[in-house]
Write a protein that binds this ligand. Structure first.
Ligand code: ZN
Length: 393
């Protein structure tokens, strides 16, 4: 066994800004690296859960209702990879991921419409919370009874730093979108916001500038970021385009488990934990392999063995009955709502069913995207996660 050095440590009783070496919660090329590694090196990083300790293990959802979203996501890193330059591909192997013995639980929440919202915000405007206890590879929740499943543990967020040019492009295009409906609740996107920033060891005038310019970590972008890909688990290999010297890789938002779509927004089973990574560099790989716009990845070989699913369909007709043209987002919403209505006939509340779809290893697919005017989206729920038979009789 190779000795795995912990290159980024966290104290679970402190917030990210108070750590000995703090991480960050914005994207910017000038956030200084927390440490450096050589290509071919393996190392371990510890991560705080994405809200920086705001959500507690109790039955009261007011922490979810009033969560300070200026604070998210607190990330570990950046890691400077020696020799990586713009135009290269950064190869990242996820060797292993785990929980902390002193914190064997995670949480899921439905964000309130006025504070973040979620995928089904029209049907579920109120905040809710579920706590999930870990039992080895399995999890159960006192707030969502009669289910137990194995986690497919993964980082919800992993990404490299943008160049200044790419960052400016993000801020421009997202501000243009926000300007189309600036008063919308929840907002169309989150512009840079200097409140509650954590920027590693940055100080003085540089801190103020980066706080003003730094992109929020909420959406996935060209650098990877908050992709929330549940299959990016142990044994996966990711190819990131490199935009700055050293690549500046960061990671966080660990999930014990998540359903495709992470539909409640908060999100999978959110947890603090550790991740072991190995990095390498393919010189000139962006041009050579045309992996230039977004990362590509190879899923790992470890997957819970769920083979039998009950699958719900949805099509592109919105909740007022209006026909849309191939709107995949609406189709997937309808698939989720159909699944929730069914689970309500099996003893779950709507909120419990919604949080279950966001946390359990459910499969979301786009079945057909060409049969005008309806896209068909599906959501498949593994039968074996329920402690009783839930099929129609
Ligand atoms: Zn998350």
């Amino acid at each position: 066994m190779v000795f795995m050095k912990t290159m980024f440590k966290v104290d679970l009783n402190k917030t990210m800004d108070q750590q000995e070496v703090p991480g960050h919660n914005r994207w910017h090329p000038d956030i200084p690296a927390a440490f450096s590694v050589n290509p071919g090196e393996s190392f371990k990083m510890e991560c705080l859960e994405w809200t920086d300790g705001q959500v507690k293990n109790n039955d009261d959802p007011s922490d979810i209702r009033h969560v300070n979203l200026d604070r998210v996501h607190v990330l570990s890193g950046p890691v400077h990879v020696n020799g990586a330059e713009p135009g290269d591909l950064l190869v990242v192997d996820i060797l292993d991921i785990g929980i902390f013995d002193e914190q064997p639980w995670g949480f899921n929440g439905i964000f309130a419409k006025e504070n973040g919202g979620s995928f089904l915000v029209d049907q579920f405007p109120e905040a809710a919370k579920s706590i999930w206890d870990f039992d080895g590879i399995f999890t159960t929740s006192r707030h969502v009874p009669n289910v137990r499943f194995a986690g497919l543990i993964h980082p919800g967020l992993m990404g490299v730093a943008p160049s200044q040019e790419l960052l400016d492009e993000w801020n421009k295009r997202e501000r243009e979108l926000i300007a189309t409906d600036p008063e919308r609740v929840p907002p169309l996107a989150n512009p840079p916001n200097p409140e509650n920033v954590v920027l590693g060891g940055l100080k003085g005038a540089d801190f103020d500038r980066v706080a003003r310019e730094g992109a929020r970590t909420v959406p996935p972008r060209e650098n990877g970021g908050n992709c929330d890909i549940k299959d990016l688990s142990k044994g996966s290999r990711v190819y990131f385009p490199v935009f700055v010297d050293g690549a500046k890789l960061s990671v966080g938002d660990l999930h014990f488990s998540q359903g495709d779509g992470e539909i409640t927004f908060c999100g999978g089973i959110e947890m603090s934990g550790w991740i072991e990574l190995k990095v390498d560099v393919i010189k000139g790989g962006m041009e050579k392999y045309q992996i230039k716009k977004n990362p590509a990845y190879q899923p790992g070989p470890v997957n819970p063995n769920y083979n039998e699913y009950l699958v719900f369909q949805g099509v592109s007709v919105d909740h007022s009955g209006k026909q849309t043209y191939l709107d995949a987002n609406i189709a997937f919403k309808n698939a989720c709502l159909n699944a929730i209505e069914y689970l309500k006939t099996q003893g779950f509340t709507g909120e419990q069913a919604y949080m279950l779809l966001s946390t359990a290893p459910v499969q979301g697919h786009l079945a057909g995207v060409v049969d005008i005017p309806n896209t068909c989206a599906t959501i498949g729920i593994p039968k074996a996660i329920f402690t009783k038979d839930i099929l129609p009789k």
